[in-house]
Design a protein around this ligand. Structure first.
Ligand code: PBG
Ligand code: ZN
Length: 328
């Protein structure tokens, strides 16, 4: 009798060529979206201390970065704006001469093959850093909706392909969709940050976007990290209101949610590997504690394996370049 196993999974792991053939999850740079931070002016390049390799850039610098992303095969950019001035209601957000509309228009000319995503929220534009105007100390949901619709229309006028509301107001998908349709933007797609958790992983982003709330936190509008059933509810609501895609954010710590929603919607599913997920890898790699490029690709593989079609990631260009180098 044969004492040895007859089934040997190791047979298919024997050579790099075999492993490459039977791999179940392939990353493609076309599925990556690079977040960028736009400031007014020219020739500006402010390093973001908590996000090594990332900068606040004026539109001319964004164009240069967009060309690099396009050359690496990255699928698109998502724009965040840091305005010169902020006010109580976030009105710089719908200024057609603001940094985001300018950068979108410039990238449309310079790198037309990139998909242009515009994050739609007011926290970068309000003096208090909350995601809409306040009533007392609370964001006024219904007063925020028409303002978001204005922001989305301005970004669409500038040439956005996809608007992505990240504010977590109830009813915003329907309000933004109606606003876009009324302003002639029937063909602009909407990706809802349907499932956005109130996460400590956003810390470095708030430095980058200068959008930390001046008081309190976002727990009365963003989701409790403990809740999974509520994610289904949020996703179903946004799909019903007309979202063309659904996003889960953060990505890595919420792979169970990505997997669950993948089985419940036929829409493309995006996941946002957020600033803290990125910065933790960079920090450990800088100490020499992990192999940065391998952890980068492994973290993205996990997110895609869970069911994400699209990944918003600060690694977009580096991951695309690493993939082009071939099997690890
Ligand atoms: C704004 C917004 C945030 C992020 C994307 N859009 C921050 C927040 O909600 O505080 C976080 C992205 C990241 O951490 O990379 N609503
Ligand atoms: Zn916000």
């Amino acid at each position: 009798m044969n004492e040895f196993p007859t089934v040997r999974p190791r047979r298919l792991r024997r050579t790099a060529a075999l492993r490459r053939m039977v791999t179940e999850t392939r990353l493609d740079p076309a599925q990556f979206v690079l977040p960028v931070f736009v400031v007014p002016g020219r020739g500006i390049r402010n390093p973001i201390a908590s996000m090594p390799g990332h900068y606040q850039l004026s539109a001319d610098g964004i164009v240069e970065l967009a060309r690099q992303a396009a050359d690496a095969g990255v699928g698109g950019l998502i724009f965040f704006g840091i305005p010169g001035e902020k006010d109580e209601i976030g009105s710089p957000g719908w200024d057609p001469a603001g940094p985001v509309p300018q950068a979108i228009a410039a990238v449309s000319d310079a790198a037309p093959d990139l998909v242009r995503w515009a994050d739609v929220c007011l926290c970068e534009y309000t003096s208090h850093g909350h995601c809409g105007p306040l009533k007392g100390e609370v964001v006024d949901n219904d007063a925020t909706l028409p303002l978001l619709a204005k922001v989305a229309a301005v970004y669409s006028d500038a040439g956005a392909d996809i608007v992505a509301p990240s504010d977590m107001m109830d009813g915003r998908v329907a309000a933004i969709r109606a606003g876009l349709d009324e302003t002639g933007h029937q063909d602009v797609a909407l990706c809802s940050y349907a499932v956005k958790y109130s996460s400590a992983y956003y810390g470095p982003f708030r430095d980058a976007a200068e959008s930390a709330p001046a008081f309190g936190d976002r727990r009365s509008y963003q989701m409790d990290p403990a809740n999974a059933r509520e994610a289904r509810r949020e996703a179903a609501l946004d799909e019903g209101e007309g979202a063309d895609m659904i996003m889960v954010k953060p990505a890595g710590p919420y792979q169970d949610i990505i997997r669950d929603l993948r089985g419940r919607t036929e829409l493309p599913l995006a996941a946002y590997q957020v600033s803290g997920e990125f910065s933790m890898v960079e920090a450990a790699a800088a100490q020499g504690w992990i192999d940065r490029d391998r952890v980068m690709l492994e973290s993205l593989t996990g997110i895609v394996r869970a069911g994400a079609d699209i990944v918003l990631t600060y690694f977009a260009i580096d991951a695309a370049l690493a993939l082009a180098k071939g099997p690890r």
